[in-house]
Design a protein around this ligand. Sequence first.
Ligand SMILES: Cc1cc2nc3c(=O)[nH]c(=O)nc-3n(C[C@H](O)[C@H](O)[C@H](O)COP(=O)(O)O)c2cc1C
Length: 169
Amino acid sequence: MKPVIEAIRIRRSLRSYTGEPLEDWQVDNLIKAFMYAPSAMNWRPCHLIVVRERETLQKLSKATPWAKMLERAGAGFVIVGDEQKSQWWIEDCSIACEHLWLEAADMGLGACWVQVRGVEGAEENIRNLLGIPEEMRVLSIMAVGVPKKTKPPHDESKIEKERLHFEKF
Ligand SMILES: Cc1cc2nc3c(=O)[nH]c(=O)nc-3n(C[C@H](O)[C@H](O)[C@H](O)COP(=O)(O)O)c2cc1C
């Protein structure tokens, strides 16, 4: 296990995977990372659908124009929010997504966020495919796999002075 800042440094959007399945312990850790995330008022509106079947991953890879990497992912983690349970479901689900992403990076896996909310037709496609109730919202899918290609970690060039403020804007 690395320090948190190290997982943050090495986390990248990796979209190329070997196609190997994830191991059960890796999936367990990713579930924990997601479920241990904070939520506003502790209302916990976030649901997680773990998809490991290749046929479903292939269908999901066509659900948005930017989801192709799911074809060869080891698993896809579909992030669903209960809008009726919390008006802050987007914030809560986004934090939980990032937890999962950092845990994937820490385990040496590649991961990438696939945006669903607001992408035309995508939510509907996924709702039909996975039997998600009408009143639930789909934020995103996290594609996770054994990386075929990696990317360099972040470095201090990302600390853009024009975006950094102290005391006042
Ligand atoms: C809200 C959000 C939506 C994103 N949607 C997609 C997507 O649909 N498909 C994709 O390939 N990458 C997606 N990404 C990944 C970004 O392109 C990526 O984070 C960005 O280029 C920075 O690269 P890095 O993650 O390697 O630091 C998304 C990232 C975020 C935070």
